[in-house]
Design a protein around this ligand. Structure first.
Ligand code: FEO
Length: 410
């Protein structure tokens, strides 16, 4: 990767991570992820957000620092907007090589510097409204943005260039390659990053959607020219696009989500899948877009992304040992943790001796405030009447999703 100039004396660095490893130890990243850091060469040299010792991140970032004429030992200050180790894992090593390094974070962030990295000197806590003058008109302004994505998080804004260093906010999965700016990607590539951005939002940020809305309100008065997150594209031509996209996603926390249906099913021997075909026929008869996910074959990461944006949810699963099909119990547990609230849902499934998924399912989704259409369950294979009922339910769900869902945002 090459060093990228954002503005006079302000630079972007990034490491593209290509790995079979999971992000946060949970989420697959088959398209990689970028770890973006930033550099300001004022009267002191400041690095904003770091990276973790992951694949060859260190050599990628060090190469770009060299291009800027900066070495790890010549950095004066590191600003840590967020302490999650994807942005700070290298801190202990950096401090070892550069003992005079000053570390700036919020007070809560400083506590994590001490507990995660056992560093106790040259620490400076900042709060909303504090600033760091860097000479030649350069000045970093700090604004706390708690829970985007951890409690200690803040964003930093460089006044002269108008660059907002937003850390996790406005980020996405997907490695960048040689290009970093929004105006350097084709419409097709933007489509890719939009999908990976939604998956990143649903997987990482969704629980904190209310805090995303608050953070956007806080930074609104700033004259933002560039949105520079710590993962993914840097937005210099249309920064409002990514801010509005995040606000749209945040709005899905309590719904209504989009006029779309997320169909999730698991099947042991194909009997539940027989009913699925009929539900889909019903949905298609109303022309409502849907996504289809078989679990556990597909990772919950993608299921969650589509569920997050969908007003309608279909859950198809057999009864398993008198309870829910275990992979579906896991999916619903993730939905509860991520607050996939206020959806309109339909459940169906096959059972062998007795149904049993209902009790557990109803108790789970009650917490999510889902409105449920009447479920359909059958023993063994579905008969013609059951399939006809399933078609009707699919069509009914689709009609109600059209009535109550939000038109897809452009
Ligand atoms: Fe990219 Fe919450 O760390």
């Amino acid at each position: 990767m090459k060093l990228v100039t954002l503005a006079d004396s302000v630079y972007a660095l990034h490491a593209d991570i290509d790995t079979d490893d999971l992000f946060e130890g949970i989420w697959p990243i088959p398209n990689g992820v970028s770890l973006n850091s930033y550099l300001i060469k004022g009267d002191r040299t400041v690095m904003i957000d770091l990276f973790r010792d992951w694949e060859d991140a260190e050599s990628q970032i060090e190469g770009q620092l060299r291009e800027a004429g900066v070495s790890l030992s010549s950095i004066d200050i590191v600003v840590l907007n967020h302490l999650e180790p994807d942005h700070t894992g290298f801190l202990a090593e950096l401090k070892k090589r550069n003992p005079k390094l000053e570390i700036i974070a919020t007070a809560k962030g400083i506590e994590l510097v001490k507990s995660f990295y056992k560093i106790t000197d040259n620490l400076r806590a900042v709060k909303s409204g504090d600033s760091l003058p860097l000479g030649n008109g350069l000045e970093l302004l700090f604004e706390e943005a708690p829970n985007v994505h951890w409690p200690e998080t803040m964003v930093s804004f460089e006044r002269k260039s108008g660059v907002l260093f937003s850390c996790d906010a406005f980020g996405s999965f997907g490695k960048l390659g040689a290009r970093v700016f929004d105006d350097e990607f084709s419409a097709e590539e933007h489509g890719f990053f939009e999908k990976e951005g939604l998956r990143y939002y649903a997987n990482i940020v969704s629980s904190f959607s209310t805090f995303v809305q608050r953070a956007v309100e806080k930074v609104k008065p700033l004259s933002i020219k560039v949105v520079a997150p710590s993962h993914g594209i840097i937005w210099r031509t249309n920064p409002a696009t990514i801010v509005n996209r995040y606000l749209t996603y945040a709005g899905y926390l309590n719904g209504p989500a989009e006029q779309e249906i997320c169909v999730i099913y698991g099947t042991m021997y194909g009997n539940t899948a027989k009913g699925l075909e009929a539900v889909i026929e019903g949905i298609e008869s109303e022309g409502v877009p849907y996504s289809l996910h078989r679990i556990p074959n597909e990772d919950v990461s993608w299921v969650l992304a589509d569920a997050w944006k969908s007003r309608g949810i279909v859950i198809g699963m057999p009864t398993y040992e008198y309870k829910m099909f275990p992979p579906m119990a896991y999916v619903l547990d993730i939905f509860e943790r991520k607050h996939v609230n206020n959806r309109l849902a339909f459940r169906f499934g096959s059972f062998g001796w007795v149904g049993g998924a209902k009790k557990e399912f109803d108790a789970t989704v009650e917490k999510l405030h889902w409105e449920l259409l009447e479920a359909v369950e059958w023993p063994g294979l579905p008969n013609a009447d059951t399939l006809s009922l399933m078609r009707e339910r699919g069509a009914e769900l689709a009609r109600r999703v059209k009535e109550t869902g939000r038109p897809k945002a452009e």
